[in-house]
Design a protein around this ligand. Sequence first.
Ligand code: BES
Ligand code: MN
Ligand code: MN
Length: 464
Amino acid sequence: MPNAPSTPADLDRWLADHDVANLEALNEFLRIPSVSASSERNADTARAAAWLNGALARIGFSSKVMKTPGHPVVLAEWRKAPAGSPTVLVYGHYDVQPPEPLELWTSPPFEPTVRDGKLFARGAVDDKGQLWVHVMALAAHLGARGTLPMNVIVVAEGEEEVGSANLAPFIEENAKKLRCDYIVISDSAMFAPGIPSILSSLRGLAYFEILVKGPAADLHSGMYGGAVVNPATALSRIIATLHDSNGRVAIRGFYERVKPFPAAVLKGMKKLPHSDARFKKEIGVRALGGETGKTTLEKLWTRPTCDVNGLLSGYTGEGAKTVLPSSAMAKVSFRLVPNQDPDVVERLLRSHVQKVTPPGVTATVHALHGGRPWRADLDGLLYDAARRALRAAFGKDPVVVGEGGSIPVVGDFERILGAPVLLVGFGLPGENAHAPDEWISLDNVRRGARAMATLWDEVATRKG
Ligand code: BES
Ligand code: MN
Ligand code: MN
């Protein structure tokens, strides 16, 4: 990359001078157990919104906590840039996943602790720590220079981990106020330590509960078993029809809308230093699965999937109980790729389940939530600026990566506001997002803040 810039010295100095205070503030944020899925945590979730609101106000933003039918949105604005300056929107989420199982944490989830350069806490990487990277970068501009080179809007929601049901309506309602030229999000990971990464795609999601009902009540499996269809067995049969023997999803029409990835993206993917052996070791398996004939990164980033996320039926307590359960339930979700549509997948699944349900039981499909897949257009000013800023802060050219996870609102932002989205993450493989011992690398927090502070200079000076 020719004449890559270095990170601006005044911003670097401000970040270095405020390093201790900035990390202490992040710790405060992480101590608030804003678990959006648990209603008994609603007061804490509201407290996290209020805390973030205060932090944004303190660095010079005009910030407010806005009600939604669910958890509030923190909306902060700084609009004092010279006329003609671009406007950027930074999105993140202040809610976190439930911390359970608590006994598997080395240090308690809401008592942030540093070990070996890693900051451990629920939300450290997903997404409070990454959101904080942006707040620090903005604070550096305002602290070191008293100004920002562009207008900035920060939108932080409290419902990402439960499906963001209220965010698209919020964006629609506030579309005028949220009008912007660029959207930047840090809620993902780098390919490997020291390798800054730009995200080229996210998978979508279609999440369902399948309920199979048989006899009106549980039965004695000796008195009735053999003559009555067992809902647990019936549900297992239904689940077994979801894949064929090549690991493909066996629902008719499922692949119809799948659009191939651009050849350049696939080619770049093949060059990334991925090792199946290391991957297997990391997750503790002997063999991998999925579609035959595809590489692991292809499977994870470019192909749609179906997974059983949970199963419930019959007796699961200690010892044996001879029972024929009256019902069985499965949580089943699909990861989607462009141009699949969660509503279409719902229709296809419903008719598939009706077709394969054995007589003697009924099966109902209940849709829980969905989100569209997303693919980046990797050209343009924003991406050029990001490549330069990442290069400056990490001393290496960024790689382009895909992502198997979902951030359903990314597509909504792009569609409603008509601005390109840049996803640049500072997590790392093994970060334990959604799991015990979640962590973020402190080096990434610091470099991330320098990179994002640099990004704003790069975007502003290159406008037009
Ligand atoms: N930050 C993640 C999405 C993500 C995961 C991005 C891994 C990059 C790497 C986000 O908070 C998340 O967990 N999304 C959920 C979807 C949501 C609807 C619950 C997911 O992907 O399961
Ligand atoms: Mn997240
Ligand atoms: Mn998450």
